[in-house]
Design a protein around this ligand. Structure first.
Ligand code: SF4
Length: 396
């Protein structure tokens, strides 16, 4: 079935005033392969997001090829971002996916500017770049190629096993720029995982992806985030999680407890009241004072998990100054991982991303950037409270 026959009518687009206000909506698409999901294809004006102010985030720039995420994690910290589009932070976030179809092309232009300082760029800090939509739109190969060609360090955090599709490209990119990869795998109980993260690949599949990354000679951290109070914070669960992460070949592990922003809290507690109503009162109490669990809980969690991390021979991840991503403290970091300034690009992806399973927009990756003139930004230290849950380091 052709995608064009699945396009929504203009009148239906008009039913989404926030999207219409974007003024760069190309079309909205539904297809049987993605039942219940609508893709809103837009032409973005910029690809690189500068992290506002002098934030303590370890990376200065991020790229989000998608807004919304069909992985549909009930605890997802990014849910409120959909409200800017007059969409809701619940079901709409899971099913109304904004796709920046020209993101790689725009990115190349931005990276080609003489002012670009080859700052570390992070993917997966807001929504997942390897969510299911990436199987159709294949934006990541163009993004990776553009970053590598420009000498820009890359870090990627994902729950998507689709990462394996791009391993050849990432291995090749790592020969030219620092590349840090991490899989987010927090729940090691299949029934619970499918319930609380209904759109994600299984824990087993994600662990296999960690192994696949390691077999290609790249490091791969595991983000044990978020740890869900009273559900996944038992010693038995944490012990099993760390055992499986270690067995999969994880080079480091990061953990944090659950944070619940207001709109996220409503959605998560709605799930909790359906699936674990006996816990609602305890959560109301734990998060009575805001989005973070109290310091007492975080201290208790740290005391529980840190000895287990050591017992399993795992390292807690630390920030890699070269990428802003997370590396094991046992591994060497820059300056040797910093890319040297170059005047001609040498990185050439060995394969083209090509169109998706059905015809989507073909993206011109454009000419390689010849301008690698400035050093990357100096690393900044992490402050837990400023990071979203999936990047919230274990500083407590
Ligand atoms: S937590 Fe990550 S994978 Fe889950 S819905 Fe949010 S962005 Fe997607």
């Amino acid at each position: 079935m052709r995608w064009s026959s699945q396009e929504l009518q203009t009148e239906q687009i008009g039913a989404l005033p926030g999207l219409a206000r974007l003024n760069n909506l190309v079309r909205s698409v539904q297809t049987p392969e993605f039942a219940g999901i609508t893709f809103h294809e837009i032409l973005c004006k910029s690809a690189l997001n500068h992290v506002p102010g002098q934030s303590a985030l370890p990376f200065g720039y991020t790229i989000n090829p998608y807004r919304g995420c069909s992985h549909a994690c009930t605890y997802c910290f990014a849910r409120p971002t959909h409200q800017y589009l007059d969409l809701d932070a619940g079901k709409d976030f899971d099913s109304e996916i904004i796709v920046k179809v020209n993101v790689a092309e725009v990115l190349r232009k931005e990276l080609a500017k003489p002012t670009w300082g080859r700052h570390p760029v992070a993917l997966g800090t807001n929504t997942d770049p390897y969510q299911r939509a990436e199987g159709r739109y294949q934006l990541m190969p163009g993004i990776i190629a553009a970053l590598a060609d420009s000498g820009t360090p890359i870090s990627i955090l994902t729950k998507g096993t689709l990462l394996r599709r791009d391993l050849d490209l990432l291995v090749e990119a790592n020969e030219h720029v620092p590349v840090d990869l991490a899989m987010s795998i927090a729940i090691y109980n299949d029934e619970l995982q499918q319930s609380v993260e209904p759109g994600t690949p299984s824990t087993k599949a994600r662990l296999a992806t960690v192994t696949a990354v390691r077999e290609r000679g790249l490091d791969c951290g595991v983000f044990l985030m978020p740890i869900l109070p009273f559900l996944t914070d038992t010693r038995a669960h944490l012990d099993e999680a760390l055992r499986q992460a270690k067995a999969a070949g994880a080079t480091s592990v990061l953990y944090s407890g659950l944070n619940l922003k207001p709109a996220v809290k409503d959605w998560y507690l709605g799930w909790l009241s359906r699936e674990h109503p006996e816990l609602v009162g305890r959560y109301q109490e734990l998060y009575a004072r805001g989005q973070y669990a109290p310091k007492e809980y975080r201290t208790w969690l740290a005391a529980r998990i840190r000895p287990l991390i050591r017992a399993h021979g795992l390292e807690r991840g630390v920030v890699d100054p070269a990428t802003g991503g997370i590396r094991s403290s046992a591994l060497p970091t820059s300056p040797e991982r910093m890319p040297a300034a170059r005047t001609t690009p040498t990185f050439a992806p060995t394969r083209s991303p090509g169109p998706g399973p059905e015809t989507g927009p073909m993206l011109d990756r454009g000419p390689a950037s010849p301008t690698w003139a400035q050093p990357a930004a100096a690393p900044r230290s992490l402050i837990a409270a400023e990071l979203p849950p999936e990047l919230n380091p274990t500083l407590f």
